[in-house]
Design a protein around this ligand. Structure first.
Ligand code: GUN
Length: 309
């Protein structure tokens, strides 16, 4: 249901009826998913005596990364999943980090390994992510897991794209047959999300996939013409307020993956106040996709423990 808001013009005019988008509440949705995971973790403990363990490695002191890792740690605890965080200096060499990953790969008590990105410039992200054992790769960044996902037989789903799929599904927004425009082609969000949306089948059912997907990026000609044909628009460019109301078709579902800091305030890639007047549904920032990312990480950690059983 779309909410109605009466905007009073002045006493001599009829009140104008303004339709504002329904908020897609990521916090509430993530709490529901985390409650399910907590139940599943308790069941795994009860039946197999296993408590999954996530190892997070944080290199350096990037303030945003420090907050993300702390939030992941807390979410684990609340869901009955154990966690360990290795906070290592930004001067750590690539070889030292690779050795740490190798030892975690061989440590049977570690079920999931996450290396928080971004890494310092002197460390190759690809070499590090490729070194994580594919069965412990809870971010689903390893080429083996990307390949399995592309082929429609996922082992783990990447957390943020999976969060986007979950929020649409849980708000009963089907994408089958719809034009979904993804703005952004990152390896973490844009590319894998597009691959997930075009699948024929998914664990969320056929309505959650089978979309007609367009990926747009920094070199796309006439971006607004494409975004204006979107039934569902996903913004994942990492630029504050990049998507403006003129780029959005009335009634569009808008999902904002961006988290940008502007004047010490978190804002998304979507100009929220103007776009919400045109969209049918919209995710806020904060409180939209972000909480879902963490929930899906917990799900993958549980899956990892089950796979390694
Ligand atoms: N940095 C920003 N997003 C992510 C993510 O999903 N996983 C990891 N490991 N680092 C990130």
């Amino acid at each position: 249901m779309r909410s109605l808001r009466l905007a009073s013009l002045d006493k001599t005019h009829w009140k104008e009826l303004v339709l504002a988008a329904e908020l897609l509440d990521g916090k509430k949705t993530a709490l529901a998913i985390r409650a399910e995971i907590k139940d599943d973790a308790a069941a795994l403990k009860e039946s197999q005596g296993i408590t999954p363990l996530l190892l997070a490695i944080l290199v350096g002191e990037d303030p945003a990364s420090m907050v993300y890792v702390r939030n992941k740690e807390r979410a684990c605890t609340k869901a009955g999943i154990a966690s360990r965080v290795e906070r290592i200096p930004g001067t750590t060499t690539e070889d030292e980090l690779l050795a740490m990953i190798q030892s975690a790969n061989e440590d049977a008590s570690v079920n999931g390994i996450l290396v928080q990105l971004p890494l310092p410039d002197h460390i190759s992200e690809k070499r590090v992510l490729d070194a994580i054992h594919p069965l412990k790769d809870v971010d689903a960044f390893h080429p083996e897991n990307v390949g399995l996902m592309m082929q429609g037989r996922p082992r783990f789903l990447p957390c943020t794209p999976h969060g986007v799929m979950q929020i649409l599904h849980r708000y009963n927004i089907p994408v089958s047959g719809k034009h979904v425009v993804v703005v952004g082609r990152s390896e973490i969000v844009g590319k894998p999300l597009a691959a997930m949306l075009v699948q024929r089948e998914s664990s969320l059912g056929k309505d959650a996939v089978n979309a007609t997907v367009t990926i747009c990026h920094s070199r796309t000609n006439d971006l607004a013409a494409i975004t204006n044909s979107a039934d569902v628009l996903v913004a994942a460019v990492g630029r504050a307020n990049f998507i403006t109301a003129d780029m959005v078709k009335p009634g569009c579902v808008v999902v904002d993956v961006g988290i940008n800091r502007v004047d010490d305030k978190l804002v998304g890639d979507v100009e929220f106040d103007t776009v919400r007047e045109k969209a049918s549904h919209i995710t806020p920032v904060p409180g939209g996709v972000g909480p879902l990312t963490i929930a899906m990480l917990l799900r993958n950690t549980l899956t990892a423990a089950e796979l390694q059983r």
